[in-house]
Write a protein that binds this ligand. Structure first.
Ligand code: CMP
Length: 226
């Protein structure tokens, strides 16, 4: 098994290669081109996924079809567990924003494993607890923080999750999102978010290019966001 796949399964299998191998044997590989929709909000769903490689966005639309992004996912992230567990329709649309490989676990397989794999159940519960913490952070930010602070926090979080250190000490974040999508993640208008990004750029904390943000002063950005 490639070390890339073991790394992706770390949350479920820890660092035990035998556990990862066993889990992998239950899963099917799925490849997605950039831009392809894996499933849409409201579709029936009977499997969950682990991201082996690539990047996806989780989006939702309201009754007026206005879109918002809930999350950007990368290697090791788990999704699709909500429909797997409660048998309701998909709560959000998931779209690949880069060429992506997923590992899929069907509900039938999961149900077969439930009784004999407490580690799998514990891992999934841990995942749900982290998701709830992250949603609570988002709610607190929306209620208590102003837009520039929310933008700074988003950039810091994207950096922590997807940043690649460069030789000059900066952190390069290839987030693959449009300006509108960044604004949706913050819950504000594109112009307001652009203004905040331009302000951080003018202060020398970041550089903004299309679909890439380079973080030059993470400490200042972090201090500003809290
Ligand atoms: P499911 O409802 O099966 O399909 C859509 C998936 O999007 C859902 O499972 C979760 O895995 C994922 N999802 C829903 N809400 C969020 C969120 N706030 N942050 C990250 N992922 C989410």
């Amino acid at each position: 098994m490639s070390s890339e796949l073991s790394a992706a399964l770390h949350d479920f299998a820890g660092s035990d290669p035998a556990a990862a191998e066993e889990l992998l044997a239950l899963m099917t590989r799925v490849h997605l081109e950039r831009g392809s929709i894996l499933f849409a909000q409201g579709d029936p769903g009977a499997s969950m996924y682990v991201v082996a490689r690539g990047s996806l966005k989780v989006t939702r639309a309201d009754a007026q079809s206005r879109p918002t992004i809930l999350a950007v996912l990368g290697t090791g992230d788990v999704f699709g567990e909500m429909s797997l567990l409660d048998a309701n329709d998909r709560d959000a649309t998931v779209t690949a924003v880069a060429a992506t490989t997923l590992l899929e676990l069907s509900r039938a397989r999961f149900d077969e494993e439930l009784g004999r794999r407490p580690d799998l159940v514990r891992a999934l519960l841990g995942h749900l607890a982290r998701r709830l913490r992250s949603s609570n952070d988002t709610v607190s930010d929306l209620v208590f923080a102003d837009v520039p602070a929310r933008v700074a926090r988003l950039v810091v979080r994207l950096g922590e999750r997807f940043g690649v250190p460069a030789e000059d000490g900066s952190l390069v974040v290839e987030h693959q999102l449009t300006q509108s999508e960044l604004a949706q993640l913050v819950g504000s208008a594109r112009e307001t978010v652009n203004k905040a990004l331009a302000r951080f750029a003018a202060q020398g904390w970041i550089d903004v290019q299309q679909r890439v943000i380079t973080i030059r002063d993470q400490d200042r950005l972090r201090a500003f966001s809290s």
